[in-house]
Design a protein around this ligand. Structure first.
Ligand SMILES: Nc1ncnc2c1ncn2[C@@H]1O[C@H](COP(=O)(O)OP(=O)(O)OP(=O)(O)O)[C@@H](O)[C@H]1O
Length: 811
């Protein structure tokens, strides 16, 4: 209904918003000018370091980007505060003095996506993350914090289209107009377009407390489905980057979600808040060069996710590579010296014990150990005397002929470079002659290859090898399916495999760092232009521009790109802050993977234990504690500055209690499933009633798939937005890839067919749940998985079951 009072209010706000946009336009022009200047300087190559110039361009580009993003819905809030000149004599007199806007003697603050100041530095709009904006989210009628009226401005582009007021202190509101029609609840009922949106204008108090929680230590957030855990975690990232830009801008923020579908769903939120610098990754994308595409069966996931994998992987790393040679034969002054398999195996075991975590970098040490062992064999066989005699008699011609007949001719050529020749039969002479032999260097490369994690795991695709290294860690009947799951690596990696690859990466370590020195043509470890100790190509680079050698580009540094050389990881990035969403599902091995990326990090961990599909929550909990900074949670003692490790361990725990996703009708169904899964758990309070009852129907088992399809088609007419068709995990019988494909065939993109694990964290306008009885029976945690499935829909929910008992349970 049109309301003249409201229209007047809207017009007044529009005038203010127009001013803010005009100023934003000027700021954008300034940022663009700065960007152009940065490019100009880069091209002109004027004095000043390359790093500074790149950093300038980078910063200017970020600024310009943030300003562009603020163009949509720049101002969304207004606070009228109780502070007047009579209550606060320090309050400035006129309008807009000293960054405070005064209207009718009261302080007014406008809140928006970014801060906007006039050319004279007076505040026009306060960034939502600034301390002065906190009252916008925290004030309640019980605790108004000096706020009389909170106003939300709804805009389309640059136009204010609606207002909604909250009156927080009615006694003080004498001359203030109050308008509004429950737009917040309306915004919750809006159609979903498939991607999550920011909630800056409507963040609730309990959510704001999480967003602005202390920066150090761990913030642990719990809450039922739909309480805004994900939304809050993402807004916290934007808050941290804004308030601690120096710290997190350079050290980086990592946001981890369960799978790619989920990261795609949330990927627009941070950019829409003007923060494009955080790294968003799914658990399947954390190791470069591999992408998880499959979920393991619950049984295999349990084995792969447990820490018992660590000794198994250690043994796999120490196991010879599939084509490792079994014997080393070299020739020294005509005498053949050999190491047999037994000796080599013992040597390998010893080398692995001493080089744990640095296997790939150990080739130089391996070469030394092989030479030691060869020298030992040589001495034990009385070779020293024989060599001295051979040298005196100069019988090399005879030996040469004999060796040539065996195909070993010329390999014993001396390789000493300058200086005094070591005496025949001395250790120095032995080493120099053996090291230079192709037989030795070829052996070294094949026997101690620089291995990629994926090579080691793929080698376990051989059931015989896996049985050998499995020890007691794997139940025998699981060896064959486990090996089969690794046989197609890296093409068919699972989410749990990625954590195993990261563990292997940590065990193998990086290859040795290349030493920058001019190529030495006589270096025996340079074979075909490659230094076999480091795996690096050897090339003279004397004429490279030293500035370029120092830093290729500062932007590269800023992005903390991890360098990958042919799949061998040189450097794992570490972050200043890590956000873990759906943390209840992380296996111990996945926690270890994250822990390596945040050894010095602060953390935001978001979870709902009731949604956990993981069986051994205690083990996962311990692994989480280790990842978050070791040991138990501690609180910093009052009155003194906490030590760094104490700060890291400080824990701030929060619980979110209001369900913003589901209608009360849908929330009632999910509460019934929760009561089955975890009788002691409390469901969250849903705030929006739709009047639409969920449909729970029983159909014969053989007709389930057809009924699911019919249900999806019907929902297409009933909702405008997204529809999730959520089916049981692939079981090779009723719920195969083909069945899924048939369910989706010919339907528009807004219908997604996905299994219960893929549905984690997502949200749809309507959902169809197929066969709850199957979902519940598929794993020991099946009821919790079902709880996830039934809590995805905002408006409509259809459940199709083949069992009357299930229909009764859900109705
Ligand atoms: N303060 C708010 N204002 C408007 N919408 C909100 C608010 N808080 C949450 N929402 C919306 O509620 C929905 C659920 O939020 P979110 O996905 O973050 O919940 P969740 O707790 O992570 O759920 P789950 O445990 O199922 O993953 C989203 O559409 C989100 O935008």
């Amino acid at each position: 209904m049109p309301s003249p009072v409201k229209d007047q209010e809207i017009a007044a706000e529009q005038r203010y918003v127009d001013r803010a946009y005009a100023r934003l336009e000027e700021m954008r022009a300034e940022a663009q000018a700065l960007l152009r200047e940065g490019y100009r300087q880069s091209l002109a190559g004027t004095k000043g370091s390359l790093v500074d110039r790149d950093a300038m361009v980078h910063q200017a580009a970020l600024r310009a980007q943030a300003l562009d993003i603020a163009d949509d819905g720049l101002v969304f809030g207004r606070l009228d505060l109780a502070r007047t000149r009579s209550t606060d004599p320090d309050l400035p007199l006129g309008p807009q003095e000293d960054a405070v806007r005064i209207e009718n003697g009261r302080e007014v603050r406008y809140i928006g996506r970014i801060g906007v100041r006039t050319g004279e530095h007076d505040s026009l709009v306060i960034d939502w993350r600034a301390p002065a904006a906190e009252d916008f989210y925290r004030a309640t009628p019980e605790d108004p914090r000096g706020v009389i009226r909170r106003r939300v401005l709804h805009s389309r582009g640059h136009s204010v289209v609606d207002l909604e007021d909250d009156l927080l202190d009615p006694d003080a509101a004498d001359d203030l107009t109050i308008v509004g029609d429950g737009a917040f609840l309306a915004s919750l009922a809006r159609t979903r377009e498939g991607a999550m949106r920011d909630i800056v204008a409507t963040i609730q108090r309990e959510q704001d407390e999480v967003i602005r929680a202390p920066v150090d230590g761990t913030v642990l957030v719990r809450g039922a489905p739909g309480t805004g855990k994900t939304a809050v975690a993402l807004h916290r990232v934007a808050y941290l980057l804004f308030r601690h830009r120096r710290r997190f801008g350079s050290r980086g923020v990592l946001v981890v979600g369960p799978n790619r579908r989920f990261t795609a769903y949330i990927e627009r939120v941070l950019p829409s808040l003007g923060e494009g610098s955080a790294s968003l990754r799914s658990l399947g994308d954390l190791v470069p060069g591999v992408t998880a595409t499959v979920h393991d069966t619950p049984e295999l996931a349990r084995v792969k996710g447990a820490e018992t994998m660590i000794p198994l992987l250690r043994r796999a790393v120490a196991d010879p590579a599939p084509d490792a040679p079994a014997e080393l034969r070299v020739v020294y002054r005509g005498i053949v010296v050999a190491l047999d398999r037994d000796r080599l195996d013992r040597l390998r075991a010893d080398l692995h014990r001493r080089n744990r975590g640095a296997v790939n970098g150990a080739r130089g040490r391996v070469a030394g150990a092989l030479l030691d062992a060869l020298w030992q064999v040589f001495c034990d066989a009385g070779g020293r005397r024989a060599a001295e005699e051979a040298a005196q008699e100069d019988g090399s011609a005879v030996w040469g002929a004999l060796l040539a007949a065996e195909g070993l001719g010329e390999i014993d050529a001396p390789s000493e470079r300058g200086g005094a020749r070591p005496a025949a039969g001395s250790r120095g002479d032995f080493d120099a002659r053996v090291r230079g032999q192709r037989a030795f260097t070829d052996f070294l490369v094949a026997w101690w290859p620089i291995r990629r994690p994926v090579d080691v795991l793929a080698a376990l695709g051989d059931a015989g090898r896996l049985r050998r290294v499995a020890g007691r860690e794997v139940d025998r009947p699981l060896v064959a399916p486990l090996a089969a799951s690794w046989a197609d690596l890296p093409d068919r990696a699972s989410y749990q495999d990625v954590a195993l690859l990261d563990e292997l990466d940590a065990l193998l370590g990086p290859p040795p760092r290349p030493v920058r020195r001019p190529a030495d043509e006589d270096d025996p470890f340079v074979v075909d232009g490659v230094n076999i100790l480091t795996g690096q190509e050897v090339a003279a680079d004397d004429d490279a521009d030293p500035e370029f050698r120092e830093v290729t580009s500062s932007i590269e540094r800023l992005e903390r790109a991890r360098r990958v050389d042919d799949g061998v990881v040189e450097e794992r990035p570490e972050y200043g802050h890590i956000v873990v969403d759906e943390a209840q599902d992380l296996s111990p091995m996945q926690w270890r993977m994250l822990g390596r990326r945040g050894r010095q990090a602060s953390w935001t961990v978001v979870e709902d234990p009731a949604q956990s599909a993981w069986e051994d929550l205690d083990a996962a909990r311990q692994a989480m504690e280790a990842a978050l900074g070791g040991g138990t949670a501690g609180k910093a003692r009052r009155g003194r500055k906490p030590r760094r490790d104490e700060t890291r361990r400080t824990r701030h725990e929060y619980e979110l209690t209001t369900n913003y996703r589901n209608s009360t009708e849908i929330a009632a169904v999910s509460a019934r499933v929760l009561a089955l899964a975890l009788p002691e758990a409390r469901p969250a309070r849903a705030v929006r009633t739709s009047g639409i009852a969920p449909r729970i129907r029983v159909v014969p088992a053989g007709e389930l798939a057809a009924a699911v399809r019919a249900s999806a088609e019907r929902l297409l007419d009933e909702v405008d937005g997204t529809i999730g068709v959520i089916v049981p995990l692939p079981d090779g019988e009723d719920w195969t890839e083909e069945v899924r494909a048939r369910l989706a065939e010919g339907l528009p993109e807004r219908v997604q067919v996905l299994d219960v694990l893929e549905a984690k964290g997502l949200e749809f306008d309507a959902a169809v749940i197929a066969a709850p009885e199957t979902v519940a029976a598929q794993s020991p945690r099946g009821l919790r998985v079902l709880y996830v499935a039934v809590s995805r829909a905002t408006q409509r929910l259809d459940v199709l079951t083949a069992e009357d008992a299930w229909a009764d349970r859900l109705r």
